[in-house]
Design a protein around this ligand. Structure first.
Ligand SMILES: [Zn+2]
Length: 482
């Protein structure tokens, strides 16, 4: 994890900071962090996580699922056009966190530790509320002398809550250790507010409102086993008996309805379980669950076993499980990608392509299907079809780095050098690597295989990115002059 760009940005933030009145919590809550700055800061931390943290889970199925649940919660009580983006981090500790600007991360272990979809939704709803209430910005505002350094340590500390984090060590080594934990922790007032707003959101989105209290209660009960080493979530979100009874009190007055878990919730958990140990362990685990009928969803248990067998290199038996699963007549793109991956493992590319194409008719624009099909086309020497597919999707999600990566590979396979470098430049630009993006565009200019229009487009984009680069350099220079 790179620390420097983040610190540089934060140093830049401080002189420009504005004090803004926000609805207060009974004391003068001023913020030094405007919504625009929150957004900028969040995007910068997120880029760092996305491209430099090995724990970032680059799985379009898990990401899409989290965003479906999260979007449902966000849409239930619209809040001034705030946009949320949810992502998972491969991490064995129980934690979830909100970054400024609406980026919400969940550790895979937390997803696995929930026992119902409403529990997971409860955690997300709580985190969404920290964002909508601008708690991070207000924490900054609460520090009377919010110097750039304390602002920096505060936000670095948000990330430092992660286990085994290099950021954490770097922050400690940087001498900012004192009081770091206290700055990181949300206050009890913030926690109560996030509970209250989160519960309303959970109810409005049609989840079981008891999910939040049940999850937090179990977290607290289990934490007694940890002694001084409480789950990271409890360190950043102090939990009290009072908070839990508050939540239970509120829930009592809300109408109760049972909410069944979605198929995807079950499938995502099975997929994460397979990835959390060795393939052999996962095969044995799911086999015994199926034998003893110890599962909440037979489909998910079979799906887990099929995925585990596939990971163990046993495509033939994986296919048997998938067939058993298909008799249940369920519809999810996750079942389609499983089938296509089994076909690819069986070296039957035409069948894999057919599975993806059929599935896309039922689930158009589903990211995992697009990526899977494009990969299969590139590997299967059909780059023209891959380019066509990717370029159909790009106008819909023009800032999706994965699509530019696929586009660059497909053009590379076609030997179209200008277009390959152009696509690679867009990927780098999205990664915040402006210099590399400019280099790619200069390579595109010299490629010598583009037509007049393609060359003009490259020239125009190069001017834009160079201007951006100059702007970034100026910002960096200003940072150094307080
Ligand atoms: Zn909290």
């Amino acid at each position: 994890m790179k620390i420097k760009p983040l610190l540089a940005l934060l140093v830049f933030l401080a002189p420009h900071a504005m004090a803004e009145g926000l609805p207060d919590l009974g004391e003068n809550a001023l913020t030094d962090l405007s919504p625009v700055m929150e957004q900028k800061l969040g995007a910068s931390i997120m880029r760092d996580l996305r491209w430099n943290d090995p724990g970032y889970l680059d799985d379009p199925e898990v990401t899409a699922y989290l965003n479906r649940v999260g979007d449902r919660l966000a849409a239930a009580i619209p809040d001034g056009g705030l946009r949320f983006r949810f992502f998972a981090l491969r991490d064995p500790t129980l934690n979830a966190f909100a970054l400024p600007g609406g980026y919400i991360g969940v550790h895979t272990a937390l997803i696995l530790s929930t026992q119902s979809e409403s529990e997971l939704a409860g955690v997300l709803a709580h985190e969404i509320s920290h964002v909508t209430q601008h708690h991070i910005a207000r924490m900054v505002g609460k520090q009377k002398e919010a110097t750039a350094i304390s602002l920096a340590s505060l936000l670095v500390a948000v990330l430092a809550a992660r286990s085994n984090s290099q950021v954490s060590q770097a922050a400690m080594a940087g001498g900012a250790a004192a009081g770091l934990q206290n700055q990181l922790n949300y206050s009890r007032d913030f926690e109560r507010e996030a509970d209250r707003m989160g519960l309303q959101r959970l109810e409005a989105a049609g989840f079981d409102v008891r999910g939040m209290a049940i999850f937090f209660e179990r977290l607290q009960r289990d934490s007694r086993l940890y002694e001084n080493n409480a789950p990271a979530y409890l360190r950043s979100h102090p939990l009290t008996t009072e908070r839990i009874s508050d939540m239970e009190g509120r829930v009592e007055s809300m109408p109760y309805h049972q909410v069944p878990d979605s198929l995807e919730y079950q499938l995502v958990r099975a997929k994460l379980r397979v990835a959390s140990g060795t393939a052999t362990e996962a095969v044995a685990d799911f086999r015994s669950r199926l034998q003893d009928r110890k599962y909440t969803s037979e489909a998910a248990a079979r799906y887990g076993l099929a995925r585990a067998l596939l990971a163990a290199g046993n495509a033939a038996e994986a296919e048997q499980e998938r067939l058993a699963l298909s008799h249940l007549k369920l519809d999810s793109p996750m079942l389609d990608t499983l089938e296509a991956e089994i076909r690819l493992a069986q070296k039957d590319k035409p069948a894999a392509l057919a599975v993806y194409r059929r599935a896309l008719l039922r689930h158009p624009h589903e990211k995992a299907l697009i990526v899977g099909l494009a990969e299969a086309l590139i590997v299967g020497n059909e780059p023209v079809a891959a380019v066509h597919l990717v370029e159909q999707e790009l106008p819909l999600t023009p800032s999706d780095p994965d699509l530019y990566g696929l586009q660059a590979r497909a053009y590379g396979a076609l030997g179209r050098r200008l277009l390959q470098h152009r696509a690679q430049a867009e990927l780098y630009a999205l990664q915040g690597r402006l210099k590399d993006a400019v280099d790619q565009l200069q390579l595109a200019q010299r490629a010598g295989d583009g037509n007049f229009y393609e060359l003009s487009a490259v020239d125009a984009r190069l001017r834009e990115l160079k201007a951006k680069e100059r702007e970034a350099a100026k910002e960096a220079k200003d940072n150094k002059q307080p």
